[in-house]
Design a protein around this ligand. Structure first.
Ligand code: ZN
Length: 243
């Protein structure tokens, strides 16, 4: 009489969502470890676990915060699962591609080795490639030049040989975001010679200070412009010679 009842419970427990929610952490963790052992792998991707595990990966992600955390707790190596790549990382890859093309990348251009991540990775993270581009543009446009000046505590001083000091309102470094804004503004075209990766493969663009930072120039859009690598390299000396 006791036998069939256990069986019923077993079936029931397995089906009910309630059961999963109450599953002790250790049982979830052990199951991931078992899958790793079964696959003879040092890491388990979400997809692999979904195929081989007893629980839904979402249950574990919800319980432990992220798949990355799950692997950490299990003592497994971080998986290369696409879902673990941060938006910032995906944006920075997109930025590099956009700059090297001088324009908005196309779906079929987002592939390795040109791109570090496949278009599918962007689709997974953002829903669609188009949405990925939209989020990227929003991310890059947000925080205009004013945010560059918000660091009043960052007023920096530079000392030159004659020990005179120049007070700067901005930092010398051009943030990725500001650089991208300037490139967009200048149409990904060198302001000196007009070359652009849009019509010439391999042209490398830089964003540089018009009045050098060392001469008191600030890191603001009005003092920044797009230059190709060649013009940029020639520029530093030209300025010194003139002054
Ligand atoms: Zn140039």
């Amino acid at each position: 009489m006791a036998m069939p009842q256990t069986d019923i419970n077993k079936t029931f427990n397995f089906v009910l969502d309630e059961y999963k929610r109450n599953t002790p952490d250790s049982e979830l963790i052990d199951d991931v470890k078992n899958v790793a052992a079964k696959l003879d792998k040092k890491s388990v991707t979400i997809a692999e676990y979904e195929q081989n595990g007893k629980f839904h990966p979402c249950t574990l992600q919800r319980r432990f915060g992220s798949w990355f955390k799950v692997l950490e707790i299990c003592g497994l190596e971080p998986s290369r699962s696409k879902l673990n790549i941060s938006k910032e990382e995906l944006f920075s890859n997109l930025e590099r591609i956009w700059i090297s093309l001088g324009r908005q990348p196309r779906y079929n251009e987002i592939k390795k080795p040109f791109s570090k991540y496949s278009a599918g990775t962007y689709e997974n993270k953002f829903g669609s490639f188009h949405e990925a581009l939209e989020s990227f543009v929003a991310y890059m446009s947000n925080g205009s030049e004013s945010s560059q000046n918000d660091s009043s505590e960052n007023v920096s001083f530079i000392e030159n040989k004659t020990a005179s000091k120049i007070a700067h309102k901005t930092k010398r470094e051009i943030s990725d975001r500001l650089r991208f804004q300037i490139l967009m503004r200048d149409g990904f075209t060198c302001k000196t010679c007009g070359r652009s990766p849009i019509n010439e493969k391999g042209v490398k663009l830089h964003v540089d200070h018009i009045v050098p930072w060392s001469k008191g120039g600030e890191t603001i859009p009005d003092n920044l412009e797009t230059k190709c690598e060649q013009c940029n390299l020639g520029k530093g000396n030209a300025f010194v010679d003139k002054k």
